[in-house]
Design a protein around this ligand. Structure first.
Ligand SMILES: Nc1ncnc2c1ncn2[C@@H]1O[C@H](COP(=O)(O)OP(=O)(O)OP(=O)(O)O)[C@@H](O)[C@H]1O
Length: 223
């Protein structure tokens, strides 16, 4: 599949010739230079953008065939997203921010509160559940964003350089929680990162440059 922004002479080809299959429960790490197409790839995989060529299938369902409402519902239920700079609602507590992600699932209030508390506990933020997001440091903020993405128990987790803005000592704890979430929950993880500790240990690494994806053949062969 491919993605072009704009038309005519102003058109930008953000992705081209992408032929990629990601197995359920697999982790794909994506790296590449600025402007290479990493964020665009995540937005297409998450149904936030539609490809201009080809298709994106999730469990055999062509995301492009869904109307906006069906796509929004699928995203809310099955796809978690952790951005580089998460936005938390300042007027809600940390837990209420996580609970908000569960509203589209139609869970009752008590169920939402219990689920949000459990997932915040799992990322080590139990003590800050009642705090406003403004009290979180940047590393805790990323963990809160991870909790918000995990609360719905998504099939797919997309993480867009989640440690890219953090000072070096803060990166490992976030990556560790992400790694445990992937390993323990059996979700499918697509992780954009430049963290060499992660890229060197991952079995499947793709590099996006100029909108083209090169998969690491040696690592791909091991899985
Ligand atoms: N909404 C948009 N409209 C027009 N062009 C866009 C849009 N979003 C991305 N692009 C262009 O598409 C190309 C890929 O951008 P993308 O953000 O996916 O790359 P990236 O690898 O995530 O970059 P970075 O590492 O800097 O975040 C770039 O040339 C970018 O300028």
């Amino acid at each position: 599949m491919g993605k072009r922004y704009g038309d005519g002479t102003a058109a930008v080809t953000a992705l081209t010739g992408i032929d990629l299959e990601i197995g359920a429960g697999e982790r794909l790490v994506v790296q590449g230079p600025p402007g290479g197409g990493k964020t665009t790839l995540l937005r297409l995989l998450g149904g936030l953008e539609r490809p201009t060529e080809g298709r994106v299938l999730l469990d055999g369902v062509d995301l492009g065939s869904l109307g906006d409402r069906a796509l929004t519902r699928l995203r809310a239920r099955r796809i978690g997203f952790v951005p580089r700079r998460p936005v938390l609602v300042a007027t809600l507590t940390v837990q209420q921010n996580v609970e908000a992600a569960l509203v589209p699932l139609g869970l009752k209030g008590a169920h939402r509160r219990r689920t949000a508390a459990e997932v915040l506990d799992a990322v080590g933020l139990a003590d800050l559940r009642s705090a406003p997001p403004g009290r979180l440091d940047p590393e805790q903020r990323q963990r809160a964003a991870l909790a918000r993405a995990l609360a719905k128990d998504p099939a797919v987790l997309l993480a867009d350089d989640p440690t890219g803005d953090l000072p070096a000592p803060d990166r490992a704890p976030v990556m560790s929680h992400l790694h445990h979430a992937w390993r323990d929950r059996g979700l499918t993880l697509v992780l954009v990162t430049h963290d060499t500790a992660v890229t060197s240990s991952a079995r499947r690494v793709g590099t996006l440059r100029g909108g083209r994806l090169a998969l690491d053949a040696r690592r791909t062969a091991t899985r």
